[in-house]
Write a protein that binds this ligand. Sequence first.
Ligand code: PLP
Length: 436
Amino acid sequence: MKYYSTNKRVTGVSLQDAVVKGLAEDKGLFMPNSIKVLPQSFFDTIENLSFQEIAYTVADAFFGEDVEAAALKEIVYDTLNFDVPLVHVNDNIYSLELYHGPTLAFKDVGGRFMSRLLGYFIQKQGDDTKVNVLVATSGDTGSAVANGFLGVKGIHVYVLYPKGLVSPIQECQFTTLGQNITALEVDGTFDDCQALVKSAFMDEELNAKLKLTSANSINVARFLPQSFYYFYAYAQLKKISKTAAENMVMCVPSGNFGNITAGLFGKQMGLPVKRFIAANNRNDIFLQYLQTGDYKPRPSVSTIANAMDVGDPSNFARVLDLYGGEHAAIASEISGVSYTDEQIAETLKSCFAATNYLLDPHGAVGYGALQEKLEANETGIFMETAHPAKFLETVEKIIGSKVEIPEKLQEFMKGTKQSLELSKDFETFKKYLLSL
Ligand SMILES: *Cc1c(COP(=O)(O)O)cnc(C)c1O
């Protein structure tokens, strides 16, 4: 499969180059030349397949031409060594719990897949130049990517995160690892971190001296695997009720729009999703676009659903490309909502009181959107993108009681924080990279 850039000036790129480069030279995002429609027989019996079997079928459609079957199977099976259960919450609303991986957020899926695929390509190349993975994080990406790559030979990961704007638990998931992981604490916002990473990729001098790649959801190897669990969610719902599965609405708490874009790809592959809801916090650039047809990025504001504090969602370029730039087509497929911190807190609190189901602030945005927007004949699935304990202080304050911290998280909290402070000025960052 070849890949082209959403800016259309770069075409015919191999999977390996797309994965290693991350972003195309014309600053666009890579898109596969074609999206295969999966056979009806796959959907007819999908409820009898395991998550790994479903994921391998989907992975084969994207990567089968470029990665040997046995290797791809191993990458998929190894990536998904945890379940993604569909859990009933209330009435016709289900939670797809994406937080059972090692860092308790959905980004484990893409992070683990990408690290394994990159490892495969590096090994195949036999080139021993070190690959530097740069990743900007608003909280969860850093830990998923860092843990996915931890100890992988030939790769060093630099995690850029906004100082003071990620939760203490999130922070210790990528600052305590050591080995081939370096945490860079940036005096700025997530957008500043993302801008630093993007500038680094565009800088000729840096790229001449260092092999740089990105592990943000702009990377095809991180974002495409996220489509796996949309199929698995459908399989699980179909097992519960065929009628419900025929009227399935997917609601995705969105920041950079990588997760929802993977779902949109799934639909193009034949997955019967009736419609999508992009759920936002106060950073409602996408909702504004739906309402006005104008895409106007603006600086992000910080909210209690901090992993969605994005003012210029990078995958918007992919959404546009997928629908030929047609606002009407996009608006008929996806609707949007935007909630304030107060509304998110109220949803989290009332859901817990009514159902005993504890949402995290991001999942609460998704659940709230379904509560508000779902029609009577529809069944809604929201992506529960992280475990509530990752946002301990916020969640405990809202529900007024203690939240149990899973064993996996407690382990991270035992380590010592190691990080380098950095200003948001690109020249300083560049000097640092050149000194490596
Ligand atoms: C990253 C993240 C999101 C946003 O996902 P995008 O793919 O960037 O839209 C939502 N919730 C949580 C918990 C996250 O970590």
